[in-house]
Design a protein around this ligand. Structure first.
Ligand SMILES: [Zn+2]
Length: 242
């Protein structure tokens, strides 16, 4: 049987999104990993009310961290779960501390089956999908541990790293022979602590053996889509905005 794997970008913007037209309209960052007929959702944002329309057969949720733009839609997910008349709870994989934040923010979480995952502990789903949480620096506020997720699917690797303050050694180690890197591209020519700045980060990353790089979490300092795409390609031919 031939397998189909796709990554669907539900949002590629920062917290609160970006109001723009066409490709410059960016909702809060989230993806669906679709493996054959199974969907895995990464982060449940405040834009979930719109993003839910792309979901089909949801098999699991992975949460990067406990900030509002990564968990804000969990109330909406509860409503969606009821509307779909799903009998089974949805497995939700994340750091124990993030589970604490979710339980504190939302009262109706019985429809979730919390799966505490610690850094580098692989989640095996079936025989062909493995997802490993990697600790990354992000939140300035303490108490918000943040994960990037290394996804291995039919021997191909995708690294989803939507919220990253700095490329640390743990991340750099993974770049060797990565098929797809989806990376925090929040800032353009302006540096902050909690997110990456593209023009500084990209030249180095481009030399790694990564096949394709997509930026997400694209913030307000970043130019409009067409200009951005061109400028990114000038720095690195294998990179583009998601
Ligand atoms: Zn955050």
């Amino acid at each position: 049987m031939e397998h189909r794997v796709s990554v669907i970008f539900l949002g590629t913007g920062p917290a609160n999104g970006i109001q723009g037209t066409k490709r410059d309209r960016r909702r809060e960052s989230s993806i669906i990993l679709r493996v054959d007929k199974c969907d895995y959702l990464f982060d449940v944002t405040n834009d979930f009310g719109w993003q839910k329309n792309f979901l089909r057969n949801l098999k699991g949720v992975f949460i990067t961290h406990g900030h509002n733009d990564a968990i804000g839609g969990i109330g909406g997910l509860s409503i969606w779960h009821k509307d779909q008349r799903l009998k089974n709870p949805i497995p939700l994989y994340t750091h124990p501390r993030t589970i604490f934040h979710i339980k504190k923010a939302f009262s109706d979480v019985n429809y979730l089956e919390f799966k505490r995952i610690i850094p580098n502990q692989a989640v095996e789903i079936g025989r062909c999908l493995e997802i490993i949480p990697i600790s990354v620096p992000h939140s300035i506020q303490p108490g918000f541990p943040t994960y990037a997720f290394l996804i291995t699917i039919f021997k191909k690797t995708i690294l989803y790293a939507s919220d990253v303050g700095e490329i640390n050694d743990d991340l750099r180690e993974l770049f060797d022979d990565l098929n797809i890197l989806i990376l925090d591209g929040a800032m353009w020519k302006k540096r902050i602590k909690s997110h990456l700045e593209i023009t500084k980060t990209l030249p180095k990353i481009c030399q790694e053996k990564i096949k394709r790089i997509y930026f997400t979490q694209i913030g307000k300092t970043v130019p409009h889509y067409k200009t951005f795409k061109k400028e990114v390609e000038q720095i690195c031919r294998k990179a583009e905005p998601a």
